[in-house]
Every structure is written in C-alpha cells, then in structure tokens.
Design a protein around this ligand. Structure first.
Ligand code: HEC
Ligand code: HEC
Length: 316
C-alpha cells in the first residue's frame, strides 16, 4: 500500500511539472513552441491529473468501506446446522478456499492469477479455526459474510465480488457453526489477505468494485424443492451469473472469467443436467475444463440441481 501512495505522489508531482511546463510554453514568443508545447503538455497535465484523481478516489474508497455494527449472535451449533454449513462450503466456498478442491479450507489461492492484467494479489484465507477467523466474534463473522469486511471493518475485496452476501440468514448461521466446528489446520495465509496494486486502485476508483448497497433485514429462503423459484434463490448466492452472464446468455466481463451461454440447456433433460455436474461431461460429450467449478457444483443434491435446471430452462 505504501508503494501505491508513493506512485500517487509521483504522479501528482509529474502533473504539477507538466502544468508548469504548459505555463512556460504559453509564454513563449515562438508561435510553434507556444501552441504545440502548451497543447502537448496541457494534455499530459490533464491526463495525469485524471489518473491521479481516479487512483486517489480508489484509495479513499478502499480505506473507507461502508458497514454496520456486528450483530450480537448466539449460534446453537446443532448437528443439522453443521451439516448444512459443510454442504454449502463443499459446493461453493471450497472453490476458492482450498488449493485442492477438497477439505480442509486452508486457503492460499491467489485469485489474481486468473486475471488477464496484473492487479496485485488477493489470497484466500485459511478458514479453519487456526486461521484469522479465531479473531472474529460470531457476529463479526456474520458481518464478514454479509457485508464483506473483516473484523476491523476493512474491505474484503474478492469476497465483495462474490454473491456470498445473499445466503439466507439461516444458512449464514449454519455456515458459522460449521466453520467453528472444523479441525484447526495450521497454514499461514497473508494478513491482510489483499494487496491491490496501483492499477487495481485506479480501476477501483473507476468503479470496478462498486460499493454495493448494504442488505437490510432478514433473508429467508423459499421452501427447498426442485422448482424454478428455489433455483432463482440459489442463483442469488451462487456465482453462476458472474461467469455466465446476468441472463445466462454468456459472460461479458472484461476482466472476469467468462462462461459460455447456457441457453441450449433447454434441450437437455433434468437427468442429463444433473449427470453433467456429477461426471464433468456434458450430454454432447464435452469434458468441462477447470474454470467451470463442476466438481463443487456436483456436490449439490438432486433437489438443488433440479431447482437450478428448472430455473435455467424457464429463462425467457
Ligand atoms: C471467488 C472466490 C471466493 C469464494 C467463492 C469465497 N471466498 Fe472467502 N475469500 C476469498 C478471498 C480471496 C479472501 C481474502 C480477502 C478478499 O479478497 O476478499 C476471502 C476471505 C474470506 C474471509 C475473511 C477471512 C480473513 O482473512 O479475515 C471469510 C470469513 C471468508 N472468505 C469466508 C467465505 C465463505 C464462508 C465462503 C462460502 C460461503 C467464501 N468465503 C467463498 C475468496 C472467496
Ligand atoms: C468461474 C466461472 C464459472 C462459474 C462460477 C460457473 N461456470 Fe459454468 N462454465 C464456465 C466455463 C468456463 C465453462 C466452459 C467449460 C468448458 O467447456 O471447458 C462452463 C460450462 C458450464 C456448463 C456446460 C455448458 C456446455 O454445454 O458445455 C454448464 C451446464 C454450466 N457451466 C453451468 C453452471 C452453473 C449452473 C453454475 C453455477 C452453479 C456455473 N456454471 C458456474 C465458467 C463458470
């Protein structure tokens, strides 16, 4: 972060320098030096100032996230809660919080590796009780999942890019019960986990990670069944749309990973859809690559996958 501030200061210094040059050129008695010189250095001054302002905005946004006080929580930690939390973790969180795609959730995956431009490093945390979660109260952990800030209210950049915040309140409590119940595994992950570079701050200032509205009130899941309604709810917290596009017509994010359109799933049966995630092979015989998290998605049960299927085939 220190180096980013240095770059920012250097940039502002340069902008001032070019501003001064513009003034010099403007006073020149030579017509060419006057017009060409002041146009060129004037333009450079404006560009440098704009870049500096955006980066400064990014820096300020990064350090002043919005969040509410952590709630006071007591978690019953019933066996049902622990099992439910483990189920969600195995089908979702595990993709980023394990280097092997299997438990334990010891983190250590640098999400920056998947990006087409260098934005610094964003290394997923060890979520076992031996990692940073030992410093969180249950309420702070709830807030971390819902508002994507750490125990001190500092922004968790990659978490805020996911849909984890839309898990129902009940699933959040189950998740916390499960996270606490795990065997502690020693595995050092960086603290703080995020090290955005100057480009990241610039994009941040330009709205790459827009501040999301804080969610108000309780989130209640509809009844679990293989229906489009339950599928729509699952789509709010799974990340399918981040890759396959808001309408599942194919990903279009310039920096994020892109997935193909899912419109042709209408031609598949529900059994074929479920088998696709259990085996990694689509009905057309395409073996899916590693970018598609099919192993974890395949850990969803038949009712949940059935619900996703119903949702997808009922898209207009
Ligand atoms: C797209 C990848 C991704 C997914 C999916 C994901 N995480 Fe994370 N998580 C990260 C990264 C990377 C960090 C490090 C901070 C950051 O950049 O957000 C992190 C940080 C965290 C932290 C903060 C720990 C600390 O260091 O203070 C918690 C808590 C957490 N994740 C829980 C979860 C849970 C629970 C799920 C599933 C419901 C989940 N995450 C799903 C990538 C992910
Ligand atoms: C990180 C990005 C990413 C996420 C998240 C993601 N996908 Fe994918 N998906 C892909 C990519 C990339 C492919 C192409 C895989 C290949 O052919 O190698 C794919 C392929 C698929 C296919 C096969 C399409 C075909 O006919 O080949 C289905 C079905 C699918 N995804 C459904 C889902 C569902 C449902 C979810 C949410 C649970 C999801 N995806 C989440 C990136 C993603």
């Amino acid at each position: 972060m220190f180096i980013n501030i240095l770059i920012l200061l250097a940039l502002i210094g340069l902008a001032l320098g070019f501003g001064w040059l513009t003034r010099l050129a403007w006073r020149s008695h030579n017509a060419f030096a006057k017009w060409a010189g002041s146009l060129l250095s004037g333009l450079l001054t404006v560009v440098l100032l704009l870049v500096g302002l955006l980066a400064m905005k990014g820096l300020v946004m990064y350090y002043t996230p919005k969040y509410t006080p952590a709630p006071n929580l007591t978690i019953a930690s019933t066996p049902e809660q622990i099992a439910r939390g483990e189920h969600i973790a195995s089908a979702f969180c595990i993709d980023c919080h394990s280097t092997t795609g299997e438990f334990p959730l010891t983190g250590g995956v640098d999400l920056a590796d998947d990006l087409p431009i260098d934005l610094g490093s964003f290394i997923s945390s060890n979520l076992t009780p031996a990692g940073p979660l030992q410093n969180y109260t249950d309420g702070e952990l709830f807030r971390a999942l819902r508002e994507n800030v750490d125990e001190d209210g500092k922004r968790l950049l990659m978490m805020s890019g996911t849909n984890v915040r839309n898990l129902s309140d009940e699933d959040m409590l189950a998740m916390i019960a499960f996270l606490r119940s795990q065997e502690p595994v020693q595995h050092e992950t960086p603290n703080p986990p995020d090290a955005p570079n100057f480009t990241a701050l610039l994009l941040f200032g330009a709205g790459l990670f827009p501040d999301k509205e804080l969610l108000q009130g309780e989130i209640v899941a509809p009844e679990k069944a293989a229906t489009a309604e339950y599928g729509a709810f699952m789509m709010t917290f799974l990340d399918c749309k981040l890759c396959h596009g808001e309408n599942l017509t194919g990903g279009d994010s310039p920096i994020g990973p892109a997935g193909p359109p899912l419109t042709h799933i209408k031609g598949w049966t529900e059994e074929e859809f479920i088998a696709t995630f259990r085996t990694g092979v689509t009905p057309n015989g395409n073996q899916m690559g590693d970018l598609m998290p099919w192993r974890s998605t395949g850990r969803l049960d038949d009712v949940e996958l059935g619900a996703l299927y119903q949702y997808i085939i009922n898209q207009p």
